[in-house]
Design a protein around this ligand. Structure first.
Ligand code: ATP
Ligand code: MG
Length: 249
């Protein structure tokens, strides 16, 4: 255990990195997850490690989309399981979504380690282990999902998804909420609702918005969803990075 002083300027980022390292040690996160984390850190640095106003708008639209959905599913990979297991379980409860493990590098061992980790953090049911359905347009291992999970979902939250799979889910008509710090990544471009933010901040923020919108009827939810403009949000995120105001404040 390394002690990180709370007043360290990169405190949150170092805590995050440490959780990913631990995830690799316990077999939850793949070694490639370390590289994804490093890439994310670079973008988060440019955002000033803060939730921007455009990311907050996107989190609210995501909450509305999840509450309005017939069958929402939250997809979990090794980085997400290592970083925000409790927050995922809490969000799934508030919006009544399924949780499904879905890995880029699928191994039975890692699938089980992640499912167990989520159960340890209070999950009721974790899907992804039946692997009895296939998303078209992806090679077998990467397109494998549960028929009664992502296979049957109308809305999928995919934090840190890779671009190919985000595009394949989009092609079969699923509405996608993507959390990705890179506004230019293909996953962010394929999303119905792109949230350009760190999963550490974004997942609890969606839950907060969902709790506030819980009593809203379908007309009100549809209004929030229809007013949301994904292109505008990606553009604003890029401007926020370029202006660098968040870094200096
Ligand atoms: P593609 O264009 O296919 O989408 P990619 O950049 O997504 O490529 P990956 O190597 O899968 O390729 O990168 C992981 C992505 O996840 C990066 O865009 C990175 O910014 C993002 N990321 C990593 N850690 C986090 C995090 N904690 N929160 C949000 N996004 C993250
Ligand atoms: Mg991506």
């Amino acid at each position: 255990e390394t002690e990180i002083p709370q007043d360290h300027p990169r405190y949150q980022s170092l805590i995050t990195r440490h959780r990913i390292e631990e995830g690799v040690d316990t077999g939850i996160t793949s070694p490639q997850g370390l590289i994804a984390e490093g890439r994310g850190e670079a973008f988060d640095y440019l955002l000033g490690e803060k939730t921007t106003s455009s990311a907050d708008d996107a989190a609210r639209a995501a909450a509305a989309l999840l509450l309005h959905a017939e069958h929402p599913v939250i997809s979990v990979n090794g980085n997400v399981a290592a970083l925000v297991p409790e927050a995922i379980v809490e969000l799934a409860e508030v919006v009544e979504a399924d949780i499904e493990v879905n890995l880029f590098n699928r191994t039975e061992k890692r699938m089980n380690a992640i499912a167990d980790h989520l159960y340890d953090h209070g999950a009721q049911t974790v899907k992804g282990l039946k692997a009895d359905d296939q998303i078209p347009g992806l090679d077998h291992e990467r397109g494998t999902v549960d028929a009664d999970g992502i296979g049957a979902a109308d809305v999928v939250l995919v934090p840190l998804e890779d671009g190919d799979r985000a595009a394949a889910l989009d092609a079969v008509g699923k509405r996608e909420i993507v959390i990705d710090l890179n506004p230019l990544s293909r996953s962010a471009l394929a999303a119905t609702v792109p949230i350009i933010d760190n999963v550490i901040r974004a997942v609890p923020n969606i839950t907060e918005h969902a709790s506030a919108l819980k009593q809203a009827d379908n007309v009100a939810l549809t209004t929030v969803i229809n007013r949301f403009d994904a292109d505008e949000v990606r553009e604003r995120a890029e401007q926020e990075i370029r202006r660098g105001e968040l870094r200096s404040s």
